[in-house]
Design a protein around this ligand. Sequence first.
Ligand SMILES: CC(C)(COP(=O)(O)OP(=O)(O)OC[C@H]1O[C@@H](n2cnc3c(N)ncnc32)[C@H](O)[C@@H]1OP(=O)(O)O)[C@@H](O)C(=O)NCCC(=O)NCCS
Length: 129
Amino acid sequence: MALERLTADDYPVTPATNHVAPTLDVLIQLLAEGARAWGAFTGDELIGVTLLKSRGERWNSEFTSVLPRFRGRGIGSAVKAASLVALFNDGHRWFSTGGAESNSASLGANLALGYVLEPRWRTYVKSLE
Ligand SMILES: CC(C)(COP(=O)(O)OP(=O)(O)OC[C@H]1O[C@@H](n2cnc3c(N)ncnc32)[C@H](O)[C@@H]1OP(=O)(O)O)[C@@H](O)C(=O)NCCC(=O)NCCS
């Protein structure tokens, strides 16, 4: 929760993607609903996390974040890879994840892990001035 609070402002906000740091109640609810999380630690400090929740047969990444000072070292990719391997070994075969095109690190991690882009959401804005 603390990690997500620290990184919440780094998630890009677009009309199609939005992120609010989960409160303790939300996290408890997610875990009660069967969500699973994978973390990366240095000592006792959680430096990267990803949480996936099943939506029927599909497991969706609800959030992934890495502390700013540890970014670009493969940690985001690693926690995502760990989640996929564990769920795959449990027999799951359908995975999804979201992200904004402007989020190069997230896009890079997802493509490296084999996610395939669906048709993209495009947002058009008309200026009335
Ligand atoms: C997205 C996030 C989790 C990625 O974690 P990370 O540990 O920095 O990512 P990695 O080091 O594993 O890099 C992932 C890929 O993106 C590339 N990448 C990393 N940072 C990048 C950047 N700033 N610009 C472009 N590409 C980048 C890496 O080269 C890697 O690609 P590769 O496997 O082809 O080499 C992290 O940046 C973060 O916490 N961002 C804020 C929260 C967020 O946006 N979460 C995702 C929402 S969908």
